[in-house]
Design a binder for this molecule. Structure first.
Ligand SMILES: *Cc1c(COP(=O)(O)O)cnc(C)c1O
Length: 365
């Protein structure tokens, strides 16, 4: 390029965004490190893969890809609506739930708006807000890793445009209790859109589960609950997530701000079949539940402090800069995610793979 790149072409809000801290795809890992990956534990993917019915459905659908898919995604929305007890008008599907997070910010954020979330946080809960000139208020977890309800309630008094957080939390792992959730919802002003990200809801143990959709529906404030086929359903590469809103007007708005054909024909049928395979889902969540307990115990006995977890991963204090440990582990074929957000640069997140993969991680550590 001979011409200098014009310094004011990219919007300041975009130029100032950090790069997304994504996991390393297997082919990139092999090309970079020259060894086989033995344990890919950096992206919360499922060690058991997707339901075989979902794979078959994608293969069958592949011959039909000359046609555009249904832009309204009525079949999949109907199945999801039935599974959660909502009307299809209250359901939206997206190119991963990340697509829906972006669509939500595009629909509601004005410059100088405020978004409230928790810390450590899921990066995309901040990026989309910052991209449109909003400020983000991050409320840190309590020292015992309980949800910071007091801090959230105080922040909510300022009537932020959006309250967005994940429970169970990525990257920390704990799930908010029903009582804490009710406390937070109670003080939320109707001017605030509640976005409750339940990407790991399928992994919550029975005794800690509650029906957030029902509580939100009864509370009456605008809300959307986000879920995904990427984690427990093992379809991260297919890219399908969904949202359930109280008011169909929210869905109507997000249908305009999302990419219209974002859910491709193969992904849509894969999600539909995955949703019906509860036996496969149960085997995934059973394995994760067993392994998160075993790995947390092993890490603790090695002297690493772990956050409690209701997910398919464990967040632990590496005792030094986490990126250094993660890099050393890569040379042994083990991928984990070093956290980069202050003040958690000593913490890393390790996904629960198969028992053998987790043992490889513990051995390498
Ligand atoms: C993984 C994840 C998502 C979304 O994943 P998609 O693959 O885009 O569906 C959303 N929120 C949280 C908290 C996640 O961990």
């Amino acid at each position: 390029m001979s011409e200098p790149f014009p310094s004011d072409l990219i919007r300041t809000e975009v130029a100032n965004l950090p790069d997304y801290n994504a996991g390393l795809a297997l082919d990139r890992f092999k090309a970079t490190y020259g060894i086989e990956c033995l344990a890919k534990l950096d992206s919360n993917e499922s060690p058991l893969g997707p339901s075989p019915h979902a794979v078959k459905a994608m293969q069958d659908a592949a011959t039909g890809v000359a046609r555009y898919p249904d832009a309204a995604n009525m079949h999949l929305r109907g199945l999801i609506a039935r599974s959660v007890g909502a009307h299809p008008d209250q359901v939206i599907v997206g190119n991963g739930s990340e697509d829906l997070i972006g669509a939500l910010f595009r629909a509601v954020i004005r410059p100088k708006d405020n978004v409230v979330t928790i810390c450590p946080s899921f990066g995309l809960h901040e990026f989309g807000a910052l991209m449109f000139g909003a400020t983000v208020t991050k409320i840190p977890f309590n020292d015992d890793w309980s949800f910071p309800t007091e801090g959230l309630c105080t922040a909510l008094h300022t009537k932020p445009r959006v309250l967005m957080f994940s429970s169970p939390s990525n990257p920390a792992g704990p799930a908010i209790t029903e009582m804490e959730f009710r406390q937070v919802i109670d003080v939320t002003d109707p001017a605030t859109l509640i976005c409750f990200d339940e990407a790991y809801v399928e992994f919550i143990e029975q005794s800690k589960r509650f029906d957030a959709l029902q509580i939100l529906a009864e509370a009456g404030q605008p809300y959307i609950v986000l879920r995904t086929f990427s984690k427990a359903y093992g379809l991260a590469g297919a890219r399908v997530g969904y949202g359930i809103a109280g008011d169909a007007q929210i869905i109507k708005a997000l249908m305009k701000t999302r990419n219209p054909f974002g859910v491709n024909a193969m992904a849509a049928v894969a999600a539909a079949h995955a949703l019906g395979d509860t036996a496969h889902l149960n085997s995934v969540t059973d394995l994760a539940t067993q392994e998160r307990q075993r790995v947390s115990t092993a890490l603790t006995s090695k002297g690493f402090q772990c956050a409690p977890t209701q997910t398919n991963f464990v967040f632990f204090d590496t005792g030094g800069p986490a990126h250094k440990l993660a890099e050393k582990l890569r040379h042994k074929g083990v991928l984990i995610k070093a956290w980069q957000e202050a003040p958690f640069e000593h913490w890393a997140r390790v996904t629960m793979g198969s028992a053998a993969e987790n043992d490889t991680f513990l051995g390498a550590l």
